[in-house]
Design a protein around this ligand. Sequence first.
Ligand code: ADP
Length: 197
Amino acid sequence: MASKYNCILLFGAPGSGKGLQGKILNSIPGLFHCSMGDVFRSLDKNSELGKAFVQYSSVGKLVPDELTLKIWADFMEKQVNAGRFNPAEDMVVFDGFPRTVDQAVTMQEQVRILKILHLNCADQNILIKRIQGRALIEKRTDDAKTDVIRNRMEVYERETSPVLKQFLSNQVVTIDASLTPMEVLSCILQVLVSLKK
Ligand code: ADP
C-alpha cells in the first residue's frame, strides 16, 4: 500500500467493548473494521502461525510484535486486493491494534491515525464479568479462566496502556466504557461525525 490511509483506533482493556463497537461501525459505509483478535482467530489452527497464536493467547500473552506486524500487513493487503477496503476512500477502525509501543511506531509509518477512542473503565470487575459472559457465548478458551483474564489485564496495563502516551492529548478521546453499548456508540459517532466535517 503506497500512501497512508486514514484510521481510528478503538483502544481499551479486554472487555471494554472494542469488538462490539467495531462490528457495529463496520456496517457504516466508508468504515472498515479490523479486529486483530479476529484476524488471529481466523488463522488455520494447524498452520505454524495458527499454532503460535494459540500458544500465546491461551495463557493471556501477546503474540510477539514481529509476527503480529507481518500478519497485520498481510491481512490489510488481502482486504485491498479483494476489494473489501479502499485505502483512498475508506477509514479503518482498528480494534486491538496496536497493543505495544513498537506496533504503534511501525503502524504509523503506514497509516494516518485521526483519533484514538479510549474506552476506559475504572472498575476492572465490570470488564472481567463481561469477558466471562462472552466466554460462554463465543467459546473462547482465553476468556474462560480467571487467571488467564487477570494476566491479560496485567499485560494491558504493562504493555498496551503505554501506547496512549505516544499520542498528543488532543488526539485521544476518552469514553466511559461502563456506559451501555448504545451510549458508547453515541459517543463514538459524535467523534466520527465531527471528523467528517
Ligand atoms: P480482547 O477482545 O479480549 O481484547 P482480542 O480478541 O482483541 O481480545 O485478542 C485476543 C488475543 O489475541 C490477545 O490476548 C493476544 O494474545 C492476541 N492479540 C490480539 N491483538 C494483538 C496484538 N495487536 N498484538 C499481539 N497480540 C495480539
